[in-house]
Design a protein around this ligand. Sequence first.
Ligand SMILES: *[C@@H]1O[C@H](CO)[C@@H](O)[C@H](O)[C@H]1NC(C)=O
Ligand SMILES: *[C@@H]1O[C@H](CO)[C@@H](O)[C@H](O)[C@H]1NC(C)=O
Length: 225
Amino acid sequence: MRYSGPIKSESRMKIPVLLLVVISGCFANENLHGASFVFYKISRTAKVVLKPTITEPLSNITVCLQSYTDSIQRDSLFKLEIENSSMALFHLFQLSDNYFVSLDQQYVSYKSSKESMEWRLICVSWESSTGIIHFVVNGKLFPRKVLKPGFIIDPEVTAVLGHDLTSYVGEIRNVNMWDQALHHSEMQLMYSKNRYNCCGNVINWESADYEIDGDVLLYKPSKKS
Ligand SMILES: *[C@@H]1O[C@H](CO)[C@@H](O)[C@H](O)[C@H]1NC(C)=O
Ligand SMILES: *[C@@H]1O[C@H](CO)[C@@H](O)[C@H](O)[C@H]1NC(C)=O
């Protein structure tokens, strides 16, 4: 009798958990350490959707990922969009030899080199109070820029990899996101230490909720025997 209270509340607790499983049934949760998403052809539909764990509106963010392509066209790498709309609140993309970071329709751009046959570790952090953006590619800090001070990112977003109007062609891996603006030296050290930046508290590559749409392969290297 004495324990009937706690037992009842435990069974009540189970209801939301079950609902969550039903709603997000098509998402896999997996440790993607060592794996990469291979976007192997241009397609209108190919993309990977990641579910971030966000409980409050975001005023500080950092996104890091690695990309590898031998054909930069108009490559959307990472986009935070309002669920089921293509409204991008935050967008990291490449167009020919420029990178772009956009927040709610405004953007800054960075001149890069188009040719680069290597993985690129791209990190971008943004802090709402000042709007300051730190943009770091393979350990190099680009000139600081400012975007939308005071803007707040709605928490009802999903993250889309490799897709805007059409898909990116290339590989993306080690995607992590934080709800804080990491210090630029942390983002630079990730590259120089040759250690990818595990693990974001909003998106964690080692425990990622993801869904693949269309022509994308999750490549996992087999162990050498
Ligand atoms: C965002 O960053 C600023 C500057 O570091 C800090 O003052 C503020 O508390 C942070 N906001 C949140 C919600 O973490
Ligand atoms: C988004 O679309 C999916 C599939 O079309 C649907 O299951 C889901 O409920 C939608 N989410 C919202 C917030 O409308």
